[in-house]
Write a protein that binds this ligand. Structure first.
Ligand SMILES: Cc1cc2nc3c(=O)[nH]c(=O)nc-3n(C[C@H](O)[C@H](O)[C@H](O)COP(=O)(O)O)c2cc1C
Length: 149
């Protein structure tokens, strides 16, 4: 059994929906998952976290959703050592925004890597333009990702 913190960046609810669904699925698999959609790095308590799953949409012109900015900015400012953390990333975006596709998920991925965390598996990028059901794609991705825990 693994404790997993799911960090959500959302404006209109898709990433939240995916996170809630994955929380339930991870629970069914015997893990203990917790979803966090606001707060800072201190609130996340990274010193006691082993596995983190970032589930983050992109908004504006390649920007982070408002709710995850305090977390992102406090990580940038305090730069905790996350070498003990393993993480995964689900980035939600839309290929219509060609130049900024999934930028926020990519930025969170880069930030965790910068702080020493080890990514488990490949980042999932869900394109709202071609995938009307992000939850199904995320569940499919989780099958592989969960084997890495
Ligand atoms: C105003 C607006 C701006 C967006 N900008 C981007 C963008 O720059 N890059 C991208 O990949 N997707 C962009 N998207 C697409 C969203 O990331 C996508 O619809 C996602 O599923 C929304 O997730 P959420 O409901 O969790 O916020 C944008 C969507 C909206 C409505």
């Amino acid at each position: 059994m693994t404790d997993i913190l799911i960090l959500v960046g959302t404006e209109s609810g898709n990433a939240q929906m995916v996170a809630d669904l994955l929380k339930d699925e991870l629970g069914r698999q015997g893990h203990r998952a917790e979803v966090m959609n606001r707060g800072t790095a201190a609130d996340a308590g990274f010193e006691r976290r082993d596995v983190v799953l970032v589930c983050c949409a992109t908004h504006g012109d390649g920007e982070l959703p408002d709710n995850i900015i305090p977390l992102h900015d406090s990580l940038k400012a305090t730069r905790p050592d996350l070498q003990h953390v393993r993480y995964g990333v689900i980035a939600l975006g839309d290929q219509t925004y060609h130049d900024t596709f999934c930028f926020a998920g990519k930025a969170m991925d880069a930030l965790f890597a910068e702080l020493g965390a080890q990514r488990l598996g490949e980042r999932l990028e869900i394109d709202a333009c071609t995938q009307p059901l992000p939850d199904e794609e995320a569940l499919e991705w989780l099958k592989e990702w969960a084997t890495l825990l």
